[in-house]
Design a protein. Structure first.
Length: 155
């Protein structure tokens, strides 16, 4: 009984983050992905294209069929999608331009909690904002549109 009371007294007076860390329990979860592919009720994410993996130092090329249900929102200017299978935020700028950004928040790496309004992406974890230009805080990738095919070059 005395051991139980000593343990209880220790837990009441010890610094909570230290106690939780001692038990291997994270007290706070920041903008980091746990590797899950949770789309929060959105349509399932298409499988990665897997073309030209960048294991030999060459650029990796991703091709996207814009007629797939998940990507039809990109037909409208201002339409956007978080393509988590390829870690990309895709945004229709105008009739000829779709921008592709890495979907890792520069703050702490969150990939799944994005919103977009008034030309700004917002990370839902801490409210950090990034503009839709390729000179902002999000890494921007080269894109080309040919018919209904979007090509993104990661390099």
């Amino acid at each position: 009984m005395e051991t139980k009371n000593n343990r209880r007294a220790f837990l009441k007076t010890a610094c909570a983050p230290i106690v939780f860390a001692a038990f291997g329990i994270p007290l706070l979860e920041a903008c980091s992905s746990d590797g899950s592919d949770d789309n929060y009720g959105m349509e399932p994410t298409p499988e990665p294209s897997g073309q030209n993996p960048s294991t030999d130092g060459q650029d990796r090329v991703i091709t996207i069929d814009l007629t797939q249900d998940m990507f039809t929102v990109l037909n409208d200017i201002g339409g956007w999608v978080n393509y988590t299978a390829e870690n990309l935020l895709l945004l229709r700028i105008d009739a000829e331009t779709i921008r592709a950004f890495d979907n890792a928040c520069p703050h702490q790496g969150n990939r799944d909690g994005w919103s977009f309004a008034d030309g700004v992406f917002t990370c839902s974890y801490h409210g950090n904002t990034y503009n839709q230009n390729c000179d902002g805080g999000l890494m921007c990738h080269s894109t080309a549109i040919s018919g209904n095919t979007l090509t993104v070059t990661l390099g």
